[in-house]
Write a protein that binds this ligand. Sequence first.
Ligand SMILES: [N-]=[N+]=N[C@@H]1[C@H](O)[C@@H](CO)O[C@H]1n1ccc(=O)[nH]c1=O
Length: 252
Amino acid sequence: MDVDNTLLLPNCEHKTDIKTPFLIGVAGGTASGKSTVCKKIMEQLGQADMDQAQRQVVTIGQDSFYRELTTAEKAKAQKGLFNFDHPDAFNENLMYDTLQEVLKGRIVKVPCYDYRSNSLDHENKLTIYPADVVLFEGILVFYFPKIRDLFHMKLFVDTDSDTRLARRVPRDINERGRDLDAVLTQYMTFVKPAFEEFCSPTKKFADVIIPRGADNTVAIDLIVQHIRDFLNNRSRYGSTTNINHDNTNGIG
Ligand SMILES: [N-]=[N+]=N[C@@H]1[C@H](O)[C@@H](CO)O[C@H]1n1ccc(=O)[nH]c1=O
């Protein structure tokens, strides 16, 4: 007897059958390997022989949500005197609204951040299409409670601070046009204290803490398998999540 696996979902008005992406938050200190962890997860999921077409997996960077600086703040930033590691440097409401759109399966456009001019480049925005898995990575993605509560899975990339500094110095000099003195001053004045005050305390919210970051292939394989199971189960039992627009039942 073949069992009909289709879940009979409660009938309610104004339903919208959309695919709610599996939303993953990836936090960690600067240069901890967040982006590399995201890249590896995307690669492994993309290559997976899923029972459906190629999985769509995208990454959004929190740096795309740095708030616009005033002229005075821009002048300070050019001199390395602005704290980009403080939660106030980010546009929390825009982050929240954008992630809500992503969760509704909508196309969103996010500006790219230009580290050289310390500003958002609104000309060439990044278009994020509806995906099965969306990774949102940044130093403070778990700092804001209403954003933290949106994630289906939370990862914290836990790399030693000396390793992170050793990576950060050449990156800032070569890719972001800084000189050694400026990089070290900024690190000691802003990056290190802000990591200890705002980033490191958010480790407790993580579901999985990844020591050694992207080098930790066992951790990444486990995470990819968990995501794969979620996607395969969802596609087997109806990959839709009904959003009850009139919210009569009040369940989000
Ligand atoms: N300065 N500093 N540290 C922040 C933070 O550690 C990291 C966040 O990804 O990017 C760095 N950052 C951000 C904006 C900017 O214009 N320059 C810059 O170096």
